[in-house]
Ligand binder design. Structure first.
Ligand SMILES: [Zn+2]
Length: 205
């Protein structure tokens, strides 16, 4: 079963993926992660990717499809979850060429709530835990005592730009999958555990 996860930043995709790992056996296709793995493997392809990344260039779609293909052909898991891919129509076309998407889970969250979540998000310098400003006004990690900080790209302007780009590119995808009858919309304004319950209801094996 091939599942695509769609959701704006702040919609809780990362948390959901972590929670799903306790319930399902799946391979995660996260393009950033796959590219980093390929670089670490020192393969010819990995070296080419490193060259592009070092120059600050975008990794082109053919290379991205190459690493995705590799992952799909070696995965023995019953479920594949695509996280953050496809992002636009061109990527969705390419994905259609290599596999059948059975389910698209769209974590729907109002832009205002998403912005509020991202602005109130703090990350621990030491253990990487992600938490909220509320209840952590002393900027100290409750797990390890490390210092909490706000990501430098989480400014109001940067968030608005990212969200505009997201709407422009991803909304057509939502419509595309809706027309195809594979889209399930989940209310992402609920708590992570409520979202997990809703998502588990739609992933049937
Ligand atoms: Zn910590």
């Amino acid at each position: 079963m091939n599942i695509v996860l769609l959701g704006i930043q702040g919609s809780g995709k990362g948390t959901l993926v972590q929670d799903l790992e306790n319930h399902f056996d799946f391979s995660l296709v996260s393009v950033g992660l796959l590219l980093r793995e390929e670089i670490a493997s020192h393969s010819a392809l990995g070296n080419k990717i490193k060259e592009l990344v070092d120059k600050g260039l975008l990794v082109d779609l053919d290379i991205v499809m190459n690493v995705i293909n590799k992952k799909l052909s070696t995965s023995k898991k019953p479920i594949i979850i695509f996280d953050g891919f496809p992002r636009n129509a061109e990527q969705a076309d390419k994905l259609d060429e290599i596999c059948n998407i059975d389910l698209v889970i769209y974590l729907n969250l109002r832009k205002e709530i998403a912005i509020d979540r991202v602005l109130n998000r703090l990350t621990c310098k030491d253990c990487g835990d992600i938490t909220t400003l509320k209840g952590n006004e002393d900027y100290t990690c409750k797990l390890c005592g490390g210092k909490l900080y706000r990501r430098s790209d989480d400014t109001v302007d940067a968030i608005h730009t990212r969200f505009e780009q997201y709407e422009e590119e991803t909304y057509p995808l939502i419509e595309r999958y809706r027309r195809r009858g594979v889209l399930v919309e989940i209310d992402a304004s609920k708590t992570p555990s409520e979202v997990l319950v809703d998502v588990m209801k739609v992933i049937k094996l």
